[in-house]
Design a protein. Structure first.
Length: 504
């Protein structure tokens, strides 16, 4: 055992790792209070080498800490990293910051080895060998921190351009790819985006924001005559304002279908963030007004993606809303949109081990006998499958015990013009989380078009209370709507929607 130093000082290697958050430190303090300090604080040359968080937790728990002197061989910095990488769950980006900060420590230790090796001969010099002689410094540091040297070099570059981002990476708020892109932006824009995400960049929202604001997806040009463009504008009604107030101005039973991708709670967007409680209040009003303005056989579809409170703990707002809306009105069917090209986010890394978030729920509300045209969304089987199935007329028994003939199924599909679609719609986002210009959460056109074909009758009136950049409205007009009404609080999105309706 070592005695407590008169003044607490920290070895540079101890400062390589980020401090525990307030909640994690409180949990550690509770554990120490209940079970005592299981792992003593390690000292080296009178300074704390390992155990900064344990020491802080002891103060909170009012438990006297125990100290031991480090008695290892080789590099104390390398030992600290080895110990902490085992105990902590750090991303590759966080480990790269540690590797970057490790470089001057390794160089300092190398110089110390050189001094100690003088006069010891070849054997003594070998025992005190410099690890930096094994290879390039960034490669050695990356190997020790269990990350890649490319990331270490990237941190060097980021530190030179925007040093404030390095601390964001160290704390796990943003990844190195995010930081690289942010470092290339003007400082004012960078600070605005960092303030916007407020530490939530790790869930992918930050890069979505950057990508849409800095590299908007170009619209595909559609050749329309001046008369066609004028007619499309005449069919569209765009309203800037709060949908709760604006929907009250619409006549009862004046809309055939509502298709919308509303704001999600507890997500940072350019247009703001809404709490779960406020979101429920908002959506309950929207559902009530939707039911009023719809025709007796009309229905509404709201597209939502669940999100995390923290990795491994889902927020329950979506299921709470579905249960309420189903009881209050009626859930026609459970339907889902599968973004087949969804990118892996933070929860999918090896440390967290979760699956990709790729499915959104299409909450379909309306009367049981609401209008729907299945023929418009039938799936056409490939010729190869049809040829195979036509040749197989044998009676088969399914897992449930029911019997069927492939040929009979194929004949029905040929007669109808396709096969019954599944309630899981596989539609890629096309590499972007949304589909239009500067809106950070736009809906892919193909999803909007599918629902318009399915629940919007010919020459029907379509409403989107959260119109955004106007994807639903464009799809509705493309598929026979006599009128498309869009409401949005943001004037800039209304302007985008207007341009898209005219040109799209």
């Amino acid at each position: 055992m070592a005695t407590k130093p008169k003044r607490i000082a920290y070895h540079p290697a101890c400062l390589l790792f980020p401090k525990l958050g307030k909640n994690e430190l409180a949990e550690l303090a509770e554990d120490i209070k209940a079970h005592g300090l299981l792992n003593p604080v390690v000292l080296f040359e009178g300074k704390v080498l390992d155990g900064r968080n344990r020491l802080a937790a002891c103060r909170i728990a009012k438990v006297k800490p125990r100290f031991v002197e480090w008695s290892g061989n080789g590099s104390p910095a390398e030992w600290v990293i080895s110990e902490n990488l085992i105990r902590r769950h750090l991303t590759a980006s966080q480990r790269a910051v540690i590797a970057h900060d490790l470089l001057p420590l390794l160089e300092s230790e190398a110089k110390k080895r050189q001094r100690l090796s003088k006069g010891r001969g070849k054997k003594g010099a070998k025992e005190l060998a410099d690890p930096l002689q094994v290879g390039k410094a960034s490669v050695v540091a990356a190997r020790i921190a269990k990350t890649n040297s490319t990331y270490v070099e990237a941190i060097k570059s980021i530190n030179a351009q925007a040093p404030e981002l390095v601390e964001k990476v160290r704390c796990g708020d943003i990844t190195i790819p995010d930081a690289k892109r942010l470092a290339e932006m003007p400082k004012q824009d960078r600070q605005r985006l960092l303030k916007l995400v407020n530490g939530n960049g790790h869930n992918g929202d930050l890069w979505r924001q950057v990508k849409h604001e800095q590299q908007p997806k170009p619209l595909k040009p559609v050749l329309r005559t001046a008369t066609e463009r004028k007619a499309r504008i005449a069919k569209a009604t765009l309203i800037c304002g709060d949908c709760r107030e604006q929907m009250k101005k619409l006549r009862t039973s004046s809309v055939h279908a509502i298709i919308s991708d509303p704001i999600y709670p507890e997500v940072n967007r350019a247009y703001g963030r809404i709490s779960e409680a406020d979101w429920h209040d908002l959506m309950r009003e929207v559902v009530v007004e939707s039911r009023r303005v719809l025709k007796p056989n009309g229905s509404a579809v709201f597209i939502f993606q669940p999100n995390y409170e923290k990795v491994g703990k889902m927020r329950l707002w979506l299921w709470e809303f579905v249960a309420w809306a189903g009881r209050e009105w009626n859930l026609v069917q459970d339907v889902y949109w599968w973004a087949t090209d969804a990118m892996p986010l933070a929860g999918t890394n090896r440390k967290q081990g979760l699956m990709r978030q790729s499915v959104k729920m299409c909450v379909w509300l309306g009367p049981p006998a609401c209008y729907r045209k299945q023929e418009a969304v039938l799936w056409t089987p490939s010729q190869a499958h049809m040829a195979r199935d036509r040749s197989d007329m044998a009676l088969r028994t399914g897992p449930s015990g029911r019997t069927f003939r492939n040929g009979t199924v194929v004949q029905a599909a040929e007669e109808r013009g396709g096969t019954t679609p599944f309630n899981l719609l596989p539609v890629p986002t096309g590499g972007n989380p949304g589909g239009a210009e500067h809106h950070p959460a736009a809906t892919p056109y193909d999803v909007a078009a599918w629902w318009c074909k399915y629940i919007l009758p010919p020459k029907g009136v379509l409403l989107d209370p959260f119109a955004g950049s106007g994807t639903m409205l464009v799809a509705g007009l493309d598929h026979g709507a006599s009128k498309a009404i869009g409401i949005d609080k943001e004037k800039k999105y209304i302007q985008i929607a207007k341009r898209r309706i005219r040109n799209g």
